[in-house]
Each structure stands twice: as C-alpha cells, then as structure tokens.
Design a binder for this molecule. Structure first.
Ligand code: SF4
Length: 94
C-alpha cells in the first residue's frame, strides 16, 4: 500500500460547512500585527491571510484544531465554537 502524504490525507476530508455562519468570530480590525501574525502563521488550513495590512478570514476550510483560539487568548479570535450539529470537517484518515 502506498504511503499517503499529509496533503493527500487532508484531501480526503469531507466538509459539511455552514457557508453563512462562521463558528469562529474574528476581529479583522485588531490593531496589533504581532497578534495577527500568530494566527496567520499557525493555522494549518490557511484560513487566515494578511495582505496589505488587511486581515482576511474564511472558516470554510477550518480543521477545528483550535490552535487559533489557544494562541489568540481572545484578542484576534473573539469567540470560537465547534460548528453546529453535523456541520464541519469529517476526517477520513485520522
Ligand atoms: S481552528 Fe485551526 S484550522 Fe480552524 S481556523 Fe483556527 S487554526 Fe485554522
């Protein structure tokens, strides 16, 4: 059996995402770039981007790892919850 790369494994995930309501509340106007870059650099799904001094966020590919919540201490990430009901990511490869 061929060994799968991390990217291949992530590609098998299935998302049942609530496209309207984000389960993470992000302060996109947070003034401290150092705090912003913590979540930008740490998110394994690249949900956060920072270009031209502007923070953007999309919850659509979120892996629900909670890293941004832990690093932010309520600063950039104001609120974090798991998606409602059967929404969110479904892992297929552990
Ligand atoms: S929970 Fe994890 S994957 Fe989702 S936005 Fe935060 S760091 Fe990214």
């Amino acid at each position: 059996m061929k060994k799968m790369s991390v990217e291949d494994k992530l590609g098998t995930n299935v998302f049942h995402t609530d496209e309207v309501n984000s389960h993470i509340d992000v302060d996109k106007a947070y003034p401290d770039k150092e705090e912003i870059m913590k979540v930008v650099l740490a998110c394994p799904a690249a949900c956060y981007t920072y270009e031209n001094d502007t923070l953007s966020f999309s919850h659509l590919g979120c892996l629900e790892c909670g890293t941004c919540r832990v690093l932010s201490h309520g600063k950039v990430v104001k609120d974090w919850n798991y998606p409602d009901g059967t929404r969110g990511v479904f892992y297929r490869q552990g």
